[in-house]
Design a protein around this ligand. Structure first.
Ligand SMILES: [Zn+2]
Ligand SMILES: [Zn+2]
Length: 345
């Protein structure tokens, strides 16, 4: 039986496990409405995760068949993975921001292996050395690409319109568009007094946008066959400021645990990214490729001890920061490449 947490005022969280993931589980939230319970996110598509969700709903005194709707904070598989199965069993609608719905459509339509082609092209443009490229190129040549977890994700039935109150009888829940982690990430602001009378403005379902002890990954807004575009880190930083201004009495994130002082947590995250941007800018005093920049950045261990897969994630994080410096006019590409070389301006 999962340890469900009653947050009061018709809000309960159910920890749904994510297989082989250091975060452990997704906190799926159950929100009572006059037309039946609604879920905020659903969890990873895995039999054990499904069983936990079903048992958790039972522990809350309801069941999957009773569900009225599913609100998805963003399209990632640890949030949207079980939505299709929930809809199948309950007939509940699924709502998502249109920018993430677009990504779901592109992921479903992508031919298998296309993402490997894209990864190779990106790594070449970044200036990755041959020993890093070889395993990806070999996998591509073997035609052995695993399908991405999102390739069978559910298409939503409804759009979440930013700034608007959602159609949930008996509740005041407003969608706050918070792009950055994904282009269509939303936080959901429950504009009702805190059940324990805590000071502040209601409660915020923050998805992956604002977590108490983890710096969320900044997405690159890429999709199979699509170009890298936009300034996701810039979007993320302004989205952080937007949720700090809401001053919620409590934050109900999709991982870890509920917490207070959203503005304080936002200040920490803003300071973290500002420090990262300043050190990157300093490194770009001499021209570097994205790969060279990533290697020179500070990580939680020396570059030589960072495992293969984590190096790709590190390159993505460096790219998000580099794109923001370029958008601010603090860095520019000096040689078209590949590999492309950048320098501070
Ligand atoms: Zn996510
Ligand atoms: Zn997540």
């Amino acid at each position: 039986m999962p340890q469900v947490t009653d947050h009061g005022g018709g809000v309960v969280s159910i920890p749904v496990p994510i297989p082989d993931n250091p975060l452990g589980h997704t906190l799926v939230h159950l929100l009572d409405t006059d037309r039946g319970p609604v879920l905020v996110d659903t969890g990873w598509d895995d039999p054990a995760s499904w069983d936990t969700l079903v048992a958790g709903l039972g522990a809350c005194g309801t069941s999957v068949t009773e569900l009225h709707g599913v609100l998805v904070t963003h399209h990632h598989p640890d949030h949207h993975g079980l939505s299709a199965r929930v809809r199948e069993v309950s007939g509940a609608w699924i709502a998502m921001h249109p920018a993430d719905a677009h990504l779901v459509r592109r992921l479903r339509a992508a031919p298998p292996g296309q993402w490997l082609d894209q990864l190779v092209a990106k790594l070449v443009a970044a200036g990755a050395p041959e020993e890093h490229l070889a395993p990806v190129e070999a996998a591509r040549a073997r035609g052995r690409a695993r399908p991405l977890p999102g390739s069978r994700a559910a298409l939503p039935d409804r759009e979440i319109a930013p700034g608007e109150l959602l159609d949930l009888p008996g509740r005041r829940l407003r969608a706050i568009w918070t792009p950055g982690h994904t282009p269509g990430h939303v936080c959901l602001h429950l504009e009702e007094a805190h059940p324990l009378g805590r000071a502040g403005h209601g409660r915020l379902f923050s998805g992956d946008h604002l977590l108490p002890g983890v710096t969320p990954h900044i997405g690159l807004y890429e999709f199979p066959g699509g170009p890298a575009a936009g300034d996701p880190l810039g979007d993320y930083l302004s989205s952080l400021e937007r949720v700090a201004l809401l001053s919620p009495a409590e934050v109900l994130p999709a991982h870890q645990y509920a917490f207070t002082d959203a503005p304080g947590r936002v200040r920490e995250l803003l300071a973290h990214h500002r420090a990262r941007l300043a050190s990157l800018r300093a490194l770009l005093a001499s021209p570097r490729t994205l790969w060279q920049l990533t290697e020179s950045m500070e990580w939680n261990r020396p570059w030589s001890r960072i495992p293969y897969g984590s190096r790709n994630i590190a390159v993505a994080e460096a790219e998000a920061h580099l794109r923001h410096l370029v958008a601010l006019g603090h860095a520019e590409a000096v040689r078209g490449g590949p590999p492309v070389t950048y320098v501070a301006v």
